[in-house]
Design a protein around this ligand. Structure first.
Ligand code: SAM
Ligand code: ZN
Length: 269
């Protein structure tokens, strides 16, 4: 299991009887579901930061349909077939991808971190062997140069802390959305569709060297309005779009929807 550090004092944590504890006496109970909340109240900007329960449930319902499996398959191909060090899925959400990464990278070597306790609670239901933590990507409760691999899917890049926890030569894999992603949905929601593809390079510096960049594109046909509403609710469009436009997306059921992702791999220098 990856070593965890105390969010209060940076000493190592050890697990006894479902409680993580450091030598200075800071204690963090592991919830019955199997995750641990290491987010200190003073590091929380709101009472429940991150994705809320409805967003998490929508993401689970959508991802469990398997529509994004072609993306997961590309990622699995880019990963070693066997465990080769500790790894972190940062902003892991409800763990649909993390669980698949664990099948190759080893659940016992993996950490899933998300600031949303609803997301981590759902993730812990998927897999009991992974270490699931409620924590912020800006203050990871992990030691310097301890991770062989960090994966960041559709989540803000916390460059400094990612650089800190990655081993020299370790790998950062970042996934964002390309310009064609969900185009009919975006056209239905906005008058002016913003046309920009993701580039992790904008957020990284010379501590990271690009290994390769791959575009992943495929299409599927959303079956019904519920699927489209779930898809909408799990994306930032959920916050941005006007309610009247959101109410109208059922018309896209039965029509082809493009998915467009950018997968970038970096080596920590
Ligand atoms: C778009 S979701 C992606 C979830 C998952 N990677 C996936 O692709 O299914 C972004 C996630 O980042 C989490 N998040 C937001 N701010 C965060 C932070 N400061 N630290 C860690 N996670 C954060 C949210 O709670 C949410 O689960
Ligand atoms: Zn401590």
């Amino acid at each position: 299991m990856p070593n965890l550090k105390c969010p209060s004092c940076d000493l190592p944590l050890s697990l006894t009887d479902n409680t993580w504890q450091c030598e200075a006496g800071h204690r963090f109970d592991r919830a019955r579901r199997g995750y641990t909340n290491l987010l200190l109240a003073q590091h929380r900007r709101s009472r429940s930061p991150g994705d809320d329960k409805a967003m998490v449930q929508a993401r689970t319902a959508f991802l469990d349909l398997g529509r994004y499996q072609p993306l997961a398959d590309v990622l699995l191909k880019a990963l070693p077939a066997k465990p080769d060090g500790d790894w972190l899925d940062l902003g892991c959400g409800e763990g649909w991808y993390s669980e698949q990464f664990a099948s190759q990278l080893g659940a016992e070597r993996g950490v899933g971190v998300d600031i949303s306790k609803f997301a981590i609670d759902a993730a812990a239901k998927r897999n009991k062997q992974l270490t699931w933590l409620v924590a912020s990507g800006a203050r990871l409760p992990l030691f310097d140069e301890s991770m062989a691999r960090v994966l960041v899917l559709f989540t803000r890049l916390f460059t400094d802390d990612i650089a800190r926890v990655l081993k020299p030569g370790g790998e950062l894999i970042v996934v964002g959305t390309g310009e064609n992603h969900l185009m009919p949905l975006r056209e239905a929601l906005y008058e002016d569709v913003r046309q920009s593809g993701f580039d992790a390079g904008k957020f990284l510096d010379d501590r990271f060297a690009l290994i390769d960049s791959e575009e992943v594109q495929f299409e599927w046909t959303p079956e019904d309005e519920q699927e489209l509403q779930n898809l909408l609710t799990m994306t930032p469009h959920h916050w941005r779009a006007k309610p009247s436009a959101k109410a109208d997306i059922g018309k896209l059921a039965g029509k082809v929807m493009p998915a467009h992702f950018i997968v970038q791999r970096y080596r920590k220098q």
